[in-house]
Design a protein around this ligand. Structure first.
Ligand SMILES: [Zn+2]
Ligand SMILES: [Zn+2]
Length: 102
């Protein structure tokens, strides 16, 4: 099950579970759309893959036992181990290669 993380690893803005601004990589690294588009250029600074829009888990149980109330979003804020400059340098080195070819 996907961990719905509460913040952007880079700028630390809030990304609540119903946000349409959350982006995730295949390892669940979570960033906001503006950091992904303007700073990271669709390169995960931790693993090198691309990002997609984070799906929104339903608020209301449309099936028994399945909703944000049942499988709760994480409340553990995540802070990257890399510096902003390290992220920018990594993204710059790999952004020219499309995710499918990285
Ligand atoms: Zn951000
Ligand atoms: Zn990642």
């Amino acid at each position: 099950m996907l961990e719905l993380r509460p913040n952007c690893e880079l700028c630390d803005c809030n990304l609540p579970a119903d946000s349409d601004q959350a982006r995730i990589c295949s390892y669940e690294c979570t960033f906001c759309a503006s950091c992904v588009d303007d700073v990271l250029h669709n390169v995960c600074p931790n693993y090198g893959g691309g990002f997609v829009s984070r799906p929104i888990r339903p608020k209301t149980a449309r099936k028994d036992g399945v909703s944000r109330a049942h499988q709760k979003p994480s409340d553990q804020r995540k802070v990257a181990k890399l510096t902003r400059q390290q992220m920018i340098a990594f993204a710059a080195a790999h952004k020219a290669v499309p995710p499918a070819q990285r």
